[in-house]
Design a protein around this ligand. Structure first.
Ligand code: PRT
Ligand code: ZN
Length: 286
């Protein structure tokens, strides 16, 4: 029987689209049927299982799924025995403590004896313990941010991304206690056959991740600027240089990292580069 790797992804929610897009970028296609809980990929030995995100660590730990894509916050909260293989670079957020805006917050110790509402009691408890603070933790499963307004708790500990939810509920973020993003987790007991498939998948995933941070850059430049441009471009190798029809000019191609990007462009313009084009890279195999 053919060995198939089972990947658990969130059925619907903030992670689902991005997880599936990622799989598609890895060149894996499958039929999507919103009512089905499983889907077999057409061109890779992979089966997708669609689950609630909270259940993903448990299913992976039990070996029902071999791997999964889930937020680090959920992995840390559930404490299941799984290995974190890779950070996926999307759904970045933080778990933060927030108090009413009107409150004069004087540090974490001021939460001693107060009540904090959260859906992340384990992470919160660990953090408070590490700070020597003893608060009452109210575990609630959703709409945490309304808890102070209705008198259920004096503070909250919830996921923050832009901060606008806190703001619109009259709260202010006072402590960021955990940073999170989507991660790929794997079972600690993968068979050798499944490990081979996972390696193939990881090769693709890493190529997609790498490409996301780089841009392909093309420009025209006078030949006497080429030496300076070579020094500016941090590309994988020296740039490719092609002569243009116009005497004394060349076209240069290279790869730049997104972080360096604007600095590099400014420097290129200063030494005489023109017609600079920047294009995304889909995959980067190194
Ligand atoms: O139904 P299921 O159980 O599968 O999904 P869920 O409702 O439990 O989770 P979901 O889809 O809301 O989130 C899945 C994961 O996305 C989380 O576990 C995080 O890892 C990640 N993530 C990233 C976020 C956010 N950003 C986020 N902003 N999860 C939740 N939020 C919520 C937060 O709870 C708060 O209500 O968005 C609000 C805050 O956003 P800002 O932008 O206003 O700060
Ligand atoms: Zn959930």
């Amino acid at each position: 029987m053919e060995t198939i790797l089972k990947l658990a992804v969130q059925k619907s929610g903030r992670l689902s689209e991005k997880s599936l897009q990622f799989i598609e970028k890895c060149g894996i296609s499958y039929s999507r049927n919103k009512t089905k809980l499983k889907s077999r990929a057409h061109n890779f030995p992979l089966e997708l299982l669609f689950l609630r995100d909270d259940d993903i660590p448990k299913y992976v730990a039990a070996g029902i799924a071999d791997i999964g894509i889930v937020g680090e916050n959920v992995v840390a909260e559930k404490g299941e025995e799984v290995d974190v293989t890779l950070k996926m670079g999307f759904s970045k957020c933080r778990l933060s403590i927030a108090v009413p805006q009107s409150e004069n917050y004087e540090g974490i110790k001021s939460l001693n004896g107060k009540s904090i509402a959260t859906s992340y009691p384990t992470i919160l408890k660990n953090y408070l313990d590490s700070q020597g603070v003893d608060s009452h933790i109210h575990e609630i499963s959703g709409s945490v941010e309304i808890a102070p307004g209705i008198g259920l708790a004096q503070a909250v500990c919830d996921i923050v991304s832009t901060g606008s939810t806190l703001l619109s509920n009259g709260l202010k973020e006072v402590e960021a206690i955990f940073k999170s993003q989507a991660v790929l987790i794997q079972s600690t007991k993968l068979s050798e056959e499944k490990t081979v498939i996972l390696e193939k998948l990881l090769f693709r995933v890493k190529s997609v991740l790498k490409a996301k941070n780089y841009r392909y850059i093309l420009m025209n430049a006078p030949n006497d600027a080429i030496e300076q441009i070579k020094n500016i471009l941090p590309g994988m190798r020296s740039p490719s240089i092609l002569p243009l029809a116009e005497e004394g000019w060349s076209s240069l191609h290279s790869v730049v990292e997104e972080n360096d990007f604007w600095g590099v462009i400014e420097n290129l313009r200063e030494v005489g580069a023109e017609g600079i084009l920047v294009v995304p890279i889909e995959k980067m195999i190194t």
